[in-house]
Design a protein around this ligand. Structure first.
Ligand code: AMP
Ligand code: MN
Ligand code: MN
Ligand code: MN
Length: 279
């Protein structure tokens, strides 16, 4: 089958999305998505429900995840697609990765208390359906709710990005870990939203060299945070590295995402779509 509208990047309440997995599935199908993956951060807990809801809506489904890593000091996200969700290497490693999130969240709470804003860890927890996946997005939503900033991007800008008072360092997985776990479980590793990373052109190439050497195969070319220039740039890099191209909205919720499920441009026609590797 050749999908007309695939979307391989989005989130549910299992991580920092705002809708339950079954509602994300229904929304994707209603928007015309015909091949879909749920890619919650560092957690596979929504996949079974998502698959069933996708089947009920007549939409093809692939397992997905978005793994948080750090490469040479830069936080990067690697999407895994089409893996066996029951494979212990992937699920056990993600369980370990999640343990560190709670501890980081407590340190974020302490850092905010130190500038006179107490209780944000406890507040953020109330916004997290899955406490083990507490994320900066939950902090941002809580801080908007108590009037610290007008909107979520405003909280990130002033408090939650490197150099700002609520940002704390954290040891994420390595690039080799994430690619290893995904490929061992039979999946394909894809670089998420490459246009978002603060890296020079040379560093991006060194990163993509490493990614390819370690077994990575895909690059998100069309995604919710890419400008038309980003799309052209990463299409060129996909051709250069012979990567398969992915497309994903990175939808988190109706109020928070600029791009809705399936509502983004098609991939440039000459690129090899990543679904060919897994469907
Ligand atoms: P974490 O994994 O806890 O570091 O949180 C990262 C999440 O926060 C991302 O997956 C996005 O959902 C969200 N996020 C990151 N940066 C921003 C930003 N500048 N504005 C809004 N949301 C952001
Ligand atoms: Mn997120
Ligand atoms: Mn991401
Ligand atoms: Mn994402």
């Amino acid at each position: 089958m050749t999908p007309a509208n695939f979307d391989f990047h989005c989130h549910s309440v299992v991580s920092d999305g705002l809708l339950p997995p079954q509602d994300v599935a229904r929304r994707a199908a209603a928007n015309g998505v015909d091949l879909w993956a749920l890619t919650d951060h560092d957690d596979l807990g929504g996949l079974a429900v998502a698959r069933q809801a996708a089947e009920e809506a007549g939409m093809a489904f692939e397992n997905g995840v978005e793994i948080s890593i750090e490469w040479q000091g830069v936080p990067i996200h690697i999407v895994g697609l089409g893996f066996d969700a029951a494979h212990p290497v992937l699920s056990d490693s993600l369980n370990e990765l999640r343990v560190g999130r709670i501890e980081r969240a407590k340190r974020m709470g302490e850092a905010m208390a130190a500038i006179g804003i107490p209780g944000v860890y406890e507040g953020a927890l109330c916004f997290a359906t899955n406490p083990s996946l507490i994320s900066r997005a939950h902090f941002a939503r809580y801080m908007v709710s108590i009037g610290i900033a007008r909107d979520v991007p405003g909280v990130f800008q002033h408090y939650l990005t490197p150099g700002k008072p609520g940002y704390v360092d954290h040891r994420w997985a390595t690039l080799a870990d994430a690619i290893g776990w995904i490929t061992t479980a039979g999946g394909v590793a894809v670089v998420a939203h490459p246009g978002r990373y603060k890296m020079s052109g040379g560093d991006m190439r060194r990163f993509l060299d490493d990614f390819k050497d370690l077994g990575g195969q895909g690059l998100e070319v069309t995604c919710g945070s890419h400008s038309p220039d980003n799309v052209m740039h990463f299409a060129r890099l996909a051709r250069h590295y012979a990567f398969h191209a992915s497309r994903g909205s990175d939808f988190h919720g109706p109020e928070e995402s600029y791009v809705d499920l399936g509502k983004l441009p098609q991939l440039p026609e000459d690129l090899k779509p990543v679904w060919r590797l897994i469907c």
